[in-house]
Structure formats: structure tokens, C-alpha cells
Design a protein around this ligand. Sequence first.
Ligand SMILES: O=C(O)C1=C[C@@H](OP(=O)(O)O)[C@@H](O)[C@H](O)C1
Ligand SMILES: C=C(OP(=O)(O)O)C(=O)O
Length: 432
Amino acid sequence: MTETKQLQPIEQPLKGEVYVPGDKSISHRAVIFASLARGRSKVEGFLTGEDCLRTVEAFRMMGVSIEQNGKELIIDSPGVDGFSEPSAPINFGNSGTTARLVAGVLASLPFFTTSFGDESLSRRPMDRVVMPLREMGAHIEGRDGARLLPLSFIGSRLRGITYQMPVKSAQVKSAILLAGVLGEGTTTIVEKAKTRDHTEQMLPRFGVDIFVRGNEISVTGGQTLSPADMKVPGDISSAAFFIAAAAIIPGSHVIIKDVGLNHTRTGFIDALRLMGAEINTEITRTVGGEPIGEVEVVHRKLHGTTIDGDIIPRLIDEIPILALVATQAGGETIIKDAAELRVKETDRVETTVNVLQKMGAYIIGKEDGMTIQGGASLKGASLDSMMDHRIGMMISIASMIAEGTSFLHNGSCIDISYPDFFADLENLVRSS
Ligand SMILES: O=C(O)C1=C[C@@H](OP(=O)(O)O)[C@@H](O)[C@H](O)C1
Ligand SMILES: C=C(OP(=O)(O)O)C(=O)O
């Protein structure tokens, strides 16, 4: 039986201020790096979504003590040399970030581990990390030639490599960098386009020397991580749903507080500005290399544009909600160079197009993106998130501007990245 949520259009604009939960990418990394460091680290503003809790559980299974008190974690680790072999397979749930980053760690540890995931994660490609890790000397086996989970690792001391990344993926980059730090020799990664750089920003905080020259990143192996305290900024990918809502609902004026504004993550704001949106950002401080600040959005009439090339990795998770915005802009919007969408929690080209077509939008899917004719009046419909959290949130915003009632099936997956999504949205509706 699937759960269903009834969603009504809203009659008033969105107004007020909102604090979004902690950044998912930074929360995962904080747990991983603190676990690898011997001693006590504190993480504040941790995202308590299901994906990040999978990362917590993975390290608990290797003997790391992680005490959770709401959004605060106290991590007491014996250090990577004190880890113990897990007594059961590790469940990565729905989390691609856990699966890829932790693979870089498991391949480097001197024991046997097996990992698996839910139905969606079991379809997602793991060869993108297995292949470079094998090049470093890793012993990894798995389903379909280790292309898919479950994967098993017999860890060993890995050797550094120089790796030209065939995919634009921060998960792959981070997995190799982690294996590089835990291994020996120098590891160098060359990216085709800059992907989110939280690993590079955060590792120095944990005492690791890392060198970045443009799209090339190097680390030397055998470095020991030291404990550190981290404050996690709000997640711009979660904020994107409110930014989008304010940009398309006439009369709206919303301010997002304390949100991460790392340039490798703010492509969505740049894209909306290209479409004529009024968005003001102000960086108020930098914590651990991560700029944090405010985003103010005022509703304006939008127009279509083309989104392609190097901006794509800077907004990859925001494309479903960007497509919704494009349905409300005048003219055509083309999104291309985004074939990565097809290997996310769902095939996000297909799920985005299906949802928006059902609501009456003019949108067609392409191999590497989608084309949207703006100016559509959306109609309420019966819609399924297909267990993809970003699709669930996009449906919820779309239903606010649709005529008539919508039904969201499988909306509970929103807990993966934003457990309080509906409460925070409700506050913005009520403040007006
Ligand atoms: O490194 C990360 O934290 C992430 C990288 C991106 O995935 P890819 O590396 O597959 O592009 C993104 O889609 C995901 O939500 C989080
Ligand atoms: C793609 C995503 O996450 P992951 O790859 O960690 O499952 C996402 O959060 O949109």
C-alpha cells in the first residue's frame, strides 16, 4: 500500500524567512572525515535525513561511537587503524553519496565488508567508483561484474593514481581522494568540469594537505586525519524548492537564512537569474571554507533560456524543480548535457517529464535533458514521486500553482533529504 497526500493550490503568495536543514553533501562528509580521525569531533547542523543516517550507521558498524542529539553529533573514533570488521552487510539505503564515498574507505581497510542498498540504489552504477579503485589495487566484487550493488570489499593498501574523470561526479572524485589519503603515493584527479568541492574544502580542516590547481586535485597517501568540529550550513539544494516557489508565485518575497553559497552549488540561482528572476545573495561569513549567507527572492516575470555545459554539475539536483520553473516562464527553455539525470534515484528526465506532462505542461525528454515550452497552466493530477525525494518536493511545489487538487503518492521519501519540508513550506504560506 502506498501513502497518498492531498495537495491544494494556494491562493496567496509566499512570504517570510526560512532556515533550511543542513547540507546533505557536507553532512555525509563531516561524518566520514570525523570517523576516520582518532579522537572526538563535533558536528552541528547535521542533516537528520535518512541518507545521512545511513552514513552514520556505516561507521557505527565499524566501531565508531556516534552520539546523535537532534542536529548535533558527537563522534568518538578509534581512528581508521582501530576500525573493526562489520559483523553484517552494510545497508546504504537510498544514498548514492554513502555508497560511492564509503566504497573508497572500505576498499582501503584491512578487512572484509559487504554492502547493499534499496531497490533504487541497486540500479545505480557503481562501476564509476569500482574501476578507478581497482586501478589503485582494490579487491572489489559485485553483481554484474561489480557494476551494481551488492558489492564486497577485501580491503588492502591502495596505490595512488592519476585519474582523468570520465564522468562529472563529485561522488567519484571524493571516493578516489579518500582512497588516495588512506593509501600510498600521490593521487591526482583531473575533472572535465568542476563539481562540488566540499571534499577539497573540508579535508584540510581535518589536517589533510590537498592541492587544487584549476580542475586538478592532488593528495599524498599516508596522511592521518585529526578530529575537528564542523558547522553544517543550510542546504542550497533544499532551499531551491522555496526559491523556485517564490520565483513563480506572483507577489512572493522569501528570504532563506544561513544557507551554503559555495559557487560549485549555486548554479540554480545563476540559471534563474538568466531567466529574469530577482534573486539577491549575500555571503555573511565563511565557515570551514564554505561561504554561508542569505538568499532573497522576489517574484518577477520569467523567460526561457538554455542551460548546458559547465553549469550542469552546479545544479544537477535542481533540474526537476528548474523544469517546473521553466513551465511558468515565457518562451522555450532547453536543458542539455545532463545525461547524469538518468542515473539518479530515478531516471529524472523520465520522472520529471511524466509528472509535468500529466499536469498539462509542454515538456519533452531528450537523451541528455529536456525542452520545455513555457506559459502552461498546470492542472492538479494524481502523481507519484516514484520514491525520489526531489521529485516528491517538485510535485508539492507544482501542486501549489495548479488548478484543482493534486495527489502525491509515495511522498514519504522526502524524508531522505528534508524531513520538515511540509512544515517549513506551510510557514511560508501562513506568513503571508
Ligand atoms: O558528492 C555529493 O555529495 C553529491 C554529488 C552529486 O552526485 P554525482 O557525484 O553522482 O554527480 C549529487 O547529485 C548528489 O546529490 C550529492
Ligand atoms: C542524487 C542525489 O543523492 P544521492 O546520489 O546521494 O543518492 C540527490 O540527493 O538528489
